[in-house]
Every structure is written in structure tokens, then in C-alpha cells.
Design a binder for this molecule. Sequence first.
Ligand code: C2O
Ligand code: CU
Length: 464
Amino acid sequence: MRETRRAFIAGVAAAGLGASVPFRRGSAEASIKEYRLIAGPATTKLVRDDRPATVVWAYDGAVPGPELRVRQGERLRIVVQNRLGEATTVHWHGVRVPNAMDGVPGLTQPLIDPGQDFAYEFTPPDAGTFWYHPHADTLQQLGRGLAGALIVEEREPIAVDRDLLWFIEDWRLDEEGRIATGFGNRMEAGMSGRIGNTVTINGRLPDRVSVRPGERIRLRVVNAALARIAGLRFDGHQPTVLAYDGQPCDPHLLEDSRLMLGPAMRADLLLNMTGVPGQSYPVIDDFYRDLSDKLLDLAYEPGRPVAQQTDAPPKLPGNPLPEPDLSAAERREIVLQGGMMSGMGMSGMGMGGATWAINGMSMKGDGGPDMPPLFALNRGQTCVLALRNDTAWWHPMHLHGHSFRVVSRNGKANPIVEWRDTVLMPPRERAEIAFVADNPGDWMFHCHVTDHQAAGMMATLRIS
Ligand code: C2O
Ligand code: CU
């Protein structure tokens, strides 16, 4: 990874680049942060047993890819070089980028062919925890390891002792430690998707995370799995949620003491390490009853606690998001359909033998211009999407280019005021989400269980 900072000429900065570009004279914010990301094959040791190292597809040879960090308001330029044997693109998940930077092949940009480059350049408007991944042959490219975190730092960081990232990935490995083939298996695609057998955190098998008694940790959790949903319990601790999907919310304790993250979802937690020095406390993932498993141990170092920060959890500064005006909203119904055990059959629905559909239409693969938008919105309009999951499966539904309010679930107002870019839809449930359609372009709306996306649970919205 090559990283350079290219300061703007001071005079240009002083002259002002317009009110929409926040910068302080002489600060890092008037600069461009540049990265070069090379997508290509690499070898890494994912498991500790005597199986050989795994050949993965990686950014800069690492899984996860390099953690990209930029200050809110700072411009980011990422030159992606494709050294894979197939075409790719990069999507900046959750970042409200201009449409041309969104990474959807055929819709917002051409594919980056092997041997070619593409330069992404944008100024992330929001501080928070985001991530990046391919949007071409996504099932295989993400499943083979192409993913990384993109952290946009607040202008005024909150006071914590440590800022920790847990980037969760889920792999299906065979006895030889190889990534199992069979991506896009139809049976799996019609069910919960490709759930793996090996979960890693930051590219390694989780074991123990050592913590100091009394410290206060900001924990950024990213679920970068293809299909696996996480339901994390922090034994002996009471994490406070500071943000979901990168967007700050009022600090609150976890609902049911469990952090539910579907694929692509993130949370920023505040953890006060109030445990006993020398003791270990498990973090359990019990989303799948039959797969309930200890993820890792929070292992306290022995010794005297560091001075405990006892003040109320800090609230993250808000991001410049436009508040939806529910009194003047365009309302659209969205019905998620298909899959095994749908009770409505899988035949005769959608196009070309797809497994899943949205409002009777199935866009397959990774997106593209081959299907008309589900609907069009006028720029600036508030839109309420009334989502109904008519299937027997969970779907983390992701909207590109926008964050949205989750207004209600199953007809009941959401007690938490939150922004999301991905809403987890349990089987047979409903949710209403609302956003201001302020970002012009054609935007994907799809399930982030990658098998579901590839098998038809995908559509586009047009904002003009
Ligand atoms: Cu992370 Cu189209 O998505
Ligand atoms: Cu789905």
C-alpha cells in the first residue's frame, strides 16, 4: 500500500472551495489522501491447524484488505489495480458517494478488466465505520476474501482509550484448507446462502483479545460475511451502541443484550472494561441455535485497573444527513419474494428461473442496466419504503447512496432513532424505512446475502 498526502496549495484552500467543502486552513482536511489498492491472489494462513495456507483473493495481499482511514471532509482517492484473472469493481459500502463512484458495473462504471486500473475519488460526507468490497462476481470475489474497512474519523474524536476494529469474515474451507468451490449452488441460494465453516476476525481465527482493566474501548464491528448473520453476546459486559452502519444514534444499551448484524451491517460499540483483572469473558455468537459458538474471549490483564472513565457514554457528533419529511413522503411498497418454503412456489415468478424477486421482478448477478428501475423518484423527495418480507428467510436489505431512518417494524414505531444503510428483515416481517432522495443516479437496492442478490433479490431506484 502506498499512501501519500498531497496538500492543496495553501492559497487555493484559503480562497475557499465553496461552503460544501469543510476545511480548516492548514489542516489535513484540505488535502487528498491517496491509496493504491491492488486486487489479486495471495496466500494466507487462516487456520492454525496443520492444513496448508489458503489461496485467497485479496487487496494488497492481505485479508482483510488495508484499513483505509480518512478524516471527515478530507478527499479520498483510491486507485484500484486489477491483477485478478477476472473483471472487478469496488463498492464503498455505506458511503454516500456520487453515483459515478459507486462501483456497480454496467450501471455506474465499466468493469475494471484484468490488468486495468480505475481511480475512485470522493469526499466521504459522513464520519463512521464503512467498508469496501467488489460489486462484480461478488459471491466469489467477496467469498474469496476481497473486502476491507473504510474508517472516516470524526473531526473531533471522542475520548476513548482504544479504537478497535473487528472485521468479521466467514469462509468455507475444505480439508486441505482451500476455499471450497460451489459458489452459487442453487439449493443454498434458495435458502440461507453460503454460510461457511470458519469465522475470522481481522483475518485470523479469533482466540483472545487482551484488554486492560478499566479501559474504555470503542469497538467497531463489521459483518463482512457472505451470508452468516451474527448475534453477539458480551458476557459480563453492557456494551452501549454509539452508531449503526456508521451513523451515530443516541447511545443505548443493546436490545436483548445481543448485537444483531446481518451481512454488511456494522455497529460502533462503547465497552467499559469493568471485569475482574486476570479473568476472561466470552463473546458468544448464538444467532444460529445449532451453531452457537464462542467467538473469542475478552482476556483481562492482571493488575490494577487504569483510571476508569465513569462519565456517560459520549454521543458521536451527528452527520450531515437530510431528515425525511414523513408528512410529504412518497410511499412505495416493496415485497420480498421467493426462496424455499415460500409457500408461493418458486416457479413462474421473476425472470429466467431466478430464485428470489422484489415486486415480482428479478435482477440477477451484480447489477447492471439490463432491467428498468423499480421506480423513479424526484430529487429531494422524501421516500418511505414499506418493506414486506413474504419469504421464510432473513434478508439484510441494502440501499446504495443513502442512509435511511428505520421508522417502524411490524406497524410499531421504532423506539430507537437510527440511520442505517442495511435493514435486517426477519422472515414474514415488515419494516418502513424513510430517506430523502437527495443523491441523483440509479442506485441498487438488494439483499446482502450474496447468494440472494445473485439469484434475483435486487432492483434499482432512479433518482433524477
Ligand atoms: Cu455492500 Cu451493493 O453492496
Ligand atoms: Cu436475502
